[in-house]
Design a binder for this molecule. Structure first.
Ligand code: ATP
Length: 460
């Protein structure tokens, strides 16, 4: 384990930069808060996260995949309630001028608050606790009044004259699903209960984006809306809850780091809401929300668009507005969890090392291929040939001849590569296969390339 939990985040941030996972957005211009750019291994990790989630969704019957637009008619966000109610409470430190979430400051001194409280209510609670709350940046206790700020990001796309409808960047992918529900049904391929799922970028004007990938302003969501008969909703909701927690086992996440948390203050239309939380180094926090939302979303869109959102059951001849079960999780929060969970420090050959113990399905690189010596053309040639064979099989394979073997192992350990293959003189002179080194145990075995292919296949 990493020796000190409190600096684990710093270690992860620096490893992510050093090894090409994640860079600060607009870094050479001093950075742009709440944005991060993914380097080669970040992109691979992101792809693995999305691919496992998509596979899990697709394993169920009656699931439709969607990719809806980021830009949607402004009325979508009026109907959904985002224009009037999607906001966070802002306070500004009068001393250092940093912007803070009032609900988070109150929570830090043990006062229950919630971002969905009215401006009047949260001001009242904040005023009662002004003496206790300290600015996390400068430590002073002088703050402005609380004012609620919309999380919706705006754009001028397609706006050319006064009176054009205000345009928003989507603040969640779910609305794209609701407004396409009738389109999916009209394909004739789906019947209630059925689900629509999508992965996509969303934008939120977060007041104080921090904790690395945990709270970004531009991030990616993986959301699923399950359309059900109201009578079946409770049973199916429990089923989805079970399924979603089980899913984290296949990502290899430590069980004791995950827990359920029920929402205490439900929004007026919600029937039940639970979050799966992960124990991040800064505390237990939401990873995924699994919510039973009733018929609010479809009813609202019916009201605002004038389109009938009811469903007709051909078998029972019943017409009803389906209820919705939602599962919603961030790609970036999942990536951060996977990185934190995999991070380890140990000793190998009397040397301290950092290793990411990814489950092979999450590892950005599955196999690294080395020639024992860089300056022996016959070794390099053979290693390149094996690298090409493995790359054809698995895609995520790298060729590495930089530095001595020990250095290459350390580098691949930090990237979390489960297997390293070394081509040596025995490989070419005696046709004796290659050595396969296991990331976690450091154990080395001589194996043929075919044996390696079947081993890796069985593990991913
Ligand atoms: P929080 O209370 O932490 O702000 P939320 O309740 O607003 O989160 P949801 O609106 O339920 O979050 O969004 C669904 C999922 O999207 C979250 O569970 C999380 O995984 C992810 N998510 C939300 N906001 C962010 C963000 N700013 N950066 C990265 N991921 C996010």
């Amino acid at each position: 384990m990493a020796e000190n939990k409190s600096d684990l985040m710093e270690k992860i941030v620096s490893l992510c930069k050093r090894r090409g996972f994640v860079f600060q957005g607009s870094e050479i211009y001093g950075g742009f808060a709440g944005t991060y750019d993914f380097g080669p291994y970040g992109v691979e990790l992101q792809r693995n996260v999305i691919s496992e989630w998509t596979k899990a969704m697709n394993e169920r019957d009656n699931m439709a995949r969607l990719d809806s637009s980021i830009f949607t008619a402004g009325s979508v966000w009026q109907a959904s309630g985002h224009v009037s109610g999607f906001s966070d409470p802002l306070v500004i430190c009068n001393e250092c001028h940093s912007k803070q979430r009032a609900d988070h400051l109150l929570e830090s001194v043990g006062v229950v608050a919630d971002e969905k409280m009215t401006e009047v209510k949260i001001n009242q609670i904040f005023d009662e606790n002004r003496g206790k709350v300290k600015c996390p940046v400068c430590g002073k206790k002088k703050f402005s009044k609380v004012s609620t700020r919309s999380l919706l990001a705006t754009s001028s796309l397609g706006m050319f004259e006064e009176g054009d409808e205000q345009v928003y960047l989507r603040g969640e992918t779910a609305q794209g699903i609701y407004i396409n529900y009738k389109n999916i049904l009209s394909t004739g391929m789906y019947s209630v209960p059925f689900g629509i799922y999508q992965v996509g970028k969303v934008f939120r004007n977060e007041i104080s984006p921090r904790q690395f990938l945990f709270r970004k302003r531009e991030f990616e969501q993986m959301e699923m809306q399950y359309f059900v008969h109201p009578k079946e909703a409770r049973v199916l909701y429990e089923e989805w809850k079970k399924e979603r927690m089980k899913y984290y086992e296949r990502l290899g996440i430590k069980k004791e780091k995950l827990r359920w948390k029920q929402h205490e203050n439900l929004v007026f239309y919600a029937k039940e809401a639970w979050d799966i939380q992960y124990e991040y180094p800064f505390g237990w926090n939401e990873l995924e929300g699994i919510h039973y939302r009733g018929d609010y979303d479809l009813t609202q869109h019916q009201k605002f668009s004038g389109v009938d959102m009811s469903y007709f059951d051909e078998e029972t001849k019943e017409r009803f507005i389906p209820h919705i079960i939602e599962t919603s999780v961030g790609v970036d929060r999942t990536m951060l969890m996977v990185l934190l969970d995999a991070y380890d420090e140990d000793k190998m050959s009397d040397e301290k090392r950092v290793v990411l113990r990814f489950k092979p399905n999450m590892a950005p690189v599955k196999v690294a291929v080395f020639p024992l010596l860089k300056n022996k053309p016959e070794l390099v040639e053979k290693a390149k040939e094996i690298y090409k064979t493995l790359k054809k099989e698995f895609g995520a394979v790298v060729f590495d001849d930089n530095g001595n073997i020990g250095k290459r192992y350390r580098r691949q350990d930090e990237i979390g590569t489960p297997w390293c293959v070394t081509v040596d003189f025995e490989t070419i002179e005696k046709d004796a296969g290659v050595t396969l080194r296991d990331r976690d145990t450091g154990e080395q075995k001589r194996m043929s390339v075919e044996e390696i292919i079947s081993l890796v296949k069985s593990q991913i």
